[in-house]
Structures are given as structure tokens and as C-alpha cells.
Design a protein around this ligand. Structure first.
Ligand code: GDP
Ligand code: IMO
Ligand code: MG
Length: 424
């Protein structure tokens, strides 16, 4: 039995889907523990591209059970559409290989509307994905959310939704002056959607417990990244869940509270979607080239991702705050086509030089200190890695004191090198 966590070490989109899919081959259970359909995890298999938002990235492996843990906020309509897309791609999804926790909080139409109006009319624009994630987590925390288990009893659902809507109605009518569906129509919609997903719903606590007893290999698939974590991230420009290691324990639960390995998925450069500070961001033709070659467009919203150099002070912080024990370094092939290579090794901040982005520093006021390296030009065709690339990897390992256990050099399954065994 082994437990492995996949965590994004930056601002998301590091390639978590690809690595999860590969490690799922040897897993019995893959569990999403937070976030919702704000995530976009891409898996490329031969000529097929599958983008998963809610369904765990183990779904392509028939013997692996994919579970949506109770920490996820679930938008039932988005899930049903995603199930249809995945089935269209030839993937079999049955109650045997896919399950949803009955304790997930539900994203309603009101959450999506609230997210949208706050972004367009509110005082602070976060650049959210517009999926209603923040408002749904707010309701969960304020103890008035709708759970998946509430979807199956129309009367109960009506009563809970009515209670849930009292405050929102005032805001939508008077502050945001916006239209919204009636409670009756929302209840009908959610109830009908509930009927379609009921076959997958389970008690996830007992399911994980059962796998613990059986000695299963369990893979936890994080969404977003440490720097978007509600507590550890670059607040307020974050998502509303615990994207870090800690989220596993509240959003799913781990056998005997133990995770054997935390893999920090790390892009060889940095990207960010949405608003917020980004110390190494490139506003230059090189940045545009990375964006273009890397195909850096959001998998959920299609927005252009902002691009910049690798930021070691932030990576060191993510590693410490999420107990990352191994790095998976992705998208090296993209840098291999770039004629310049820089890495941020420290910041100048309030007259001092600091080499880790500890909390409390204002990322919009740091001045990155870059080291320039000889760029690497590698074909990744099975031949030995260039000395320049070896130096790049060693710099990351020396600086973070964490081994690079995986390198990825393309979106496809075989464009990867495991430098250690994870599930043996
Ligand atoms: P996730 O949200 O962390 O799962 O990442 P996304 O799927 O949003 O974005 C990563 C993108 O990079 C996807 O289009 C992947 O197919 C692609 N990708 C993953 N690893 C590599 C790699 O090593 N090289 C290249 N060129 N693309 C990669
Ligand atoms: P994956 O799992 C990149 C960002 C949004 C926004 C902020 C808050 O594919 O890595 P939200 O809709 O969550 O309230 O938006 O978080 N964001 C992501 N950025 N990858 C993601 O997921 C993201 N999920 C949310 O762009 O800045
Ligand atoms: Mg993504």
C-alpha cells in the first residue's frame, strides 16, 4: 500500500492531469479532494485530448476507481456534460469506476450568478473562472450549503434552498440589480440533475476506509496550486479551497493520516491566469514566445496565461508549506526552444535580499534577482540530457533540497522520464 499526493506548486496548470493519469496506472483509487470545475486537467492519449474539470484523472484506467471527495464543490450540470464528453471519447464510466461523495457541496445557479456579478460589478476583480466556486465555499463554511445528499429529496431541497437564498436575494435585487431563476425552477433543475448522478453517489469516508483495509495504492489529485491556496496562497488573488497538502485531510481523508509522497508538479517556467502579483512575469517577446510555444491558454476558460521565468523563492515556499517530497518538472521542451534562460534565485525586498517567499511579503513589491543560464537545446529523443539541462535540474534540486523525480518534455504519455519509482 502506498499513498501519493499530486499538488501544483505554482499558480495551477503545471501538468497535474498528465502526471496523475500516468501514476493512476498503478493506483487502485484516485481522489480529488478540493476545488471544482474551475480546474482543467488535460490528458493527451494518441490523437485524443481529454480535458477533465471534475472527474479525477484516473478515469482512463478501467481498473482504477475515480472518486470525487467531499471537499470538492460539485456543479451537477457541469459534471453531467463532462461525463457525456468523456464517454464520447470512448471512456467507460460506470458506478464501478466512478464515485461521488454524498457530502460534496453543490454549486447552484445562484453561486454562478454571484461569482459573475461580483467580478463585473464588485470592488475587487480576482479574475475567477466564473464557475461559482467562491460563493459555494462561502455557503459551505457559513453552514447553509446544499450537499449532494440533499438533491434526492425535493421537499428538503426546496426548504434548504429557500433558506440559503434569503441573503442572496437581497444582494442580487438591491446591490447587483441582477436577474436569477426562481426557487421552484432551481429546485426542479437540481432535483432532475440529482436523479442522473445518484447512481454514482457514495459514502466516501467508508470507501477510503475500505481501501485502507485492503492495502490499496491511493493517489490524491490536487487542483489549482499552492500559490492559489486560500490560506497559503497570494491572498486575495487565490481560489477558495485548500489546494495544498493539508486539503487532503479535510477534503477526503488519508489512510491512518499518512501520505507517503507528495509530488509537487512544477512547470519549468511560471504561468498565472487571472489577477494578482507575479514577480517574474515577462512583458516581452520572450514571454510571448513561451506563451505561444507552450500553448498557454486556460483549459477551463481559454484565457491567455501570463508567463514568466521559474521563481525559486516561491517554489521553496510551496515546497515547505505543502511538504513536497519530490518534484515533477514539466514542459522542459518549451524552454528548449527559447534562446534565453533565466531563473529568479532571490528577491530584493525592503532593502534586504531574501531567497524564500515567506508569507507576509508583498509579492507586488519584490524585485526579482535573476541568474542567466546557458539555454539548453534538447531533443528528448532518448539521448542523454544536455549538460545545460542537467545544470538546470541540479540548480532546482540544490536550491530546494528536493529531488526532481520526474521530468516531462511533451504532453503525451510517453514524453516523460521517471527518475525514481513511485508505486513499486
Ligand atoms: P493541470 O491543470 O495542472 O492539469 O495542467 P493543464 O492541463 O491545465 O495545462 C498543462 C498543459 O500542458 C496541457 O495542455 C498539457 O497537455 C500540457 N503538458 C503537460 N506536460 C507537458 C510537457 O511536459 N510539455 C508540453 N509541451 N506540454 C505539456
Ligand atoms: P487547475 O487545476 C489555474 C484561478 C483563477 C483565478 C483564481 C480564482 O487547472 O490548475 P476561482 O474560479 O477558483 O474562484 O478563481 O484562481 N484558478 C486557476 N488557475 N489553474 C486552475 O486550475 C485554476 N483554478 C482557479 O484564474 O485567478
Ligand atoms: Mg489546468
Amino acid at each position: 500500500m502506498k499513498t501519493i499526493a499530486i499538488v501544483g506548486s505554482q499558480w495551477g496548470d503545471e501538468g497535474k492531469g498528465k502526471i496523475t493519469d500516468l501514476l493512476a496506472q498503478k493506483s487502485n483509487l484516485v481522489v480529488r479532494f478540493q476545488g471544482g470545475n474551475n480546474a482543467g486537467h488535460t490528458i493527451i492519449v494518441e490523437d485524443k485530448k481529454i480535458v477533465l474539470h471534475l472527474i479525477p484523472s484516473g478515469i482512463l484506467h478501467p481498473t482504477c476507481l475515480s472518486l470525487i471527495g467531499h471537499g470538492v464543490v460539485l456543479e451537477p450540470e457541469a459534471l453531467i456534460n463532462e461525463l457525456a464528453e468523456v464517454k464520447k471519447a470512448g471512456v467507460s464510466v460506470t458506478p464501478e469506476n466512478f464515485k461521488i461523495s454524498s457530502s460534496c457541496s453543490v454549486i447552484t445557479s445562484y453561486h454562478r450568478i454571484m461569482d459573475a456579478v461580483r467580478e463585473s460589478k464588485g470592488p475587487v476583480k480576482i479574475g475567477t473562472t466564473g464557475k461559482g466556486i467562491g460563493p459555494a465555499y462561502e455557503d459551505k463554511i457559513s453552514r447553509k450549503g446544499i450537499k449532494v445528499s440533499d438533491l434526492f429529496d425535493k421537499k428538503l431541497l426546496h426548504a434548504k434552498l429557500e433558506r440559503n437564498f434569503i441573503e442572496k436575494k437581497v444582494l442580487l435585487d438591491h446591490l447587483y440589480d441582477t436577474e436569477y431563476p426562481s426557487i421552484d425552477s432551481e429546485v426542479t433543475r437540481l432535483y432532475e440533475l440529482g436523479q442522473q448522478i445518484q447512481q454514482f453517489v457514495c459514502d466516501s469516508f467508508s470507501l477510503i476506509d475500505q481501501h485502507t483495509t485492503q492495502g490499496s495504492n491511493i493517489l490524491y489529485e490536487g487542483a489549482q496550486g499552492v500559490l492559489l491556496d486560500i490560506d497559503y496562497g497570494s491572498y486575495p488573488f487565490v481560489t477558495s479551497s485548500s489546494t495544498s497538502y493539508g486539503g487532503i485531510f479535510t477534503g477526503a481523508g488519508a489512510p491512518k493520516g499518512k501520505i507517503d509522497e507528495v509530488i509537487g508538479i512544477t512547470k519549468a517556467y511560471t504561468t498565472r491566469v487571472g489577477e494578482g502579483p507575479f514577480p517574474t512575469e515577462l512583458h516581452s517577446p520572450i514571454g510571448e514566445k513561451i506563451q505561444r510555444i507552450g500553448g498557454e491558454f486556460g483549459a477551463t476558460t481559454g484565457r491567455k496565461r501570463r508567463c514568466g521565468w521559474l521563481d525559486l523563492p516561491l517554489l521553496k515556499y510551496s515546497i515547505k508549506s505543502s511538504c513536497i517530497s519530490s518534484i515533477a518538472l514539466t514542459k522542459l521542451d518549451v524552454l528548449s526552444e527559447i534562446e534565453e534562460l533565466k531563473v529568479c534565485v532571490a528577491y530584493k525586498y525592503e532593502g534586504k535580499e531574501i531567497d524564500i517567499a515567506y508569507p507576509g511579503i508583498d509579492l507586488s513589491r519584490v524585485e526579482p534577482i535573476f541568474e542567466t543560464f546557458n539555454p539548453f537545446v534538447d531533443k528528448f529523443d532518448g539521448s542523454e540530457l544536455s549538460d545545460e539541462l542537467k545544470r538546470y535540474i541540479k540548480l532546482i534540486e540544490d536550491s530546494t533540497q528536493v529531488p526532481v523525480g520526474i521530468i516531462a518534455f511533451g504532453p503525451e504519455r510517453n514524453q516523460i522520464q521517471f527518475r525514481k519509482e513511485f508505486f513499486n
